[in-house]
Design a protein around this ligand. Structure first.
Ligand SMILES: NC(=O)c1ccc[n+]([C@@H]2O[C@H](COP(=O)([O-])OP(=O)(O)OC[C@H]3O[C@@H](n4cnc5c(N)ncnc54)[C@H](OP(=O)(O)O)[C@@H]3O)[C@@H](O)[C@H]2O)c1
Length: 241
């Protein structure tokens, strides 16, 4: 096994699972480019950057996956900061999920305007985000040795889960995450690995400023009961970061 470190880009790295990827990869000795749309507010990333062990290992780069120009600038910035201008692995992690409307079905949305606004934002971040990020980083990934793109997807992309578990809610999230699966298929290309990963249920509140309120929590618990209905063997394990 080689001890050589690799260059990872994590898009959507300021908190939650993305931040945990950054932390774990650095602990393993990898080089990490952490993309955050508001680097000034990414306090946990700055804490990691202050750790002397991460000197020349962690690069915090500004980038908004919902803004193609911003991501192209982030790719250029990455090429400048990493000698050789290459990337081995891209992790598309950023997500848009509006917790205040996830309990609505397509029919029960309070207004068509809100439905369109939620879906537009979800599509922009959850589907176009990984596409524009992947496209911007492809030239750097071609220069790398691993040529891997991981997309953090969700069990809620599973059509059978929605049907068997009778889950008519989480609509913009489910629809866009399902589209994301097809996006990866469309990238199938020799020499590259595109992989969708569903992390299970991950408790991220340690690095998130707000936890779900009572109403949002009841929607989540209802969904968990539906998971069990669709897949009785699901062990409801919650990973805590
Ligand atoms: N947590 C779970 O149980 C769970 C389960 C299944 C799948 N997942 C998937 O795992 C991934 C991470 O989830 P999470 O729970 O860690 O989410 P989270 O805590 O809400 O964090 C989302 C991250 O994405 C960033 N982000 C959002 N929009 C962005 C944009 N336009 N440009 C750049 N960054 C953006 C956020 O940055 P800001 O700080 O700037 O908002 C934040 O760093 C998602 O793809 C999610 O669908 C999570």
């Amino acid at each position: 096994m080689s001890c050589q470190s690799h260059v990872y880009v994590v898009a959507g790295a300021s908190r939650g699972i993305g931040l945990q990827f950054v932390t774990s990869l650095l602990a393993r000795g990898e080089i990490v480019v952490a993309i955050a749309r508001n680097p000034d507010k990414a306090e946990w990333l700055h804490k990691l950057a202050k750790d002397g062990k991460n000197d020349k290992k962690l690069f915090i780069v500004k980038g908004d996956v919902a803004d193609a120009v911003s991501i192209e600038v982030a790719a250029k910035e990455t090429a400048k900061r990493i000698p050789g201008g290459y990337v081995d692995v891209l992790i598309n992690n950023a997500v848009y999920a509006d917790s205040t409307t996830q309990g609505h079905t397509l029919i029960s949305y309070p207004s068509t305007d809100l439905l369109i606004s939620n879906f537009t934002q979800a599509f922009q971040t959850n589907v176009l985000g990984p596409i524009v990020t992947t496209n911007a980083f492809i030239p750097l990934l071609r220069k790398g040795s691993l040529k891997k793109v991981f997309t953090i997807n969700s069990g809620l992309a599973d059509v059978q889960l929605s049907l068997k578990g009778e889950i008519p809610t989480f609509t913009p999230y489910c629809v866009t995450k399902s589209a994301l699966e097809m996006t990866n298929v469309k990238y199938a290309d020799e020499g590259f690995t595109f992989l969708d990963i569903a992390p299970g249920v991950v408790h991220t509140s340690a690095t998130n400023l707000s936890s779900p309120n009572e109403e949002e929590m009841s929607v989540i618990m209802k969904a968990a009961a539906s998971f069990k209905k669709a897949y009785p063997d699901w062990n409801s394990l919650v990973v805590k970061l």
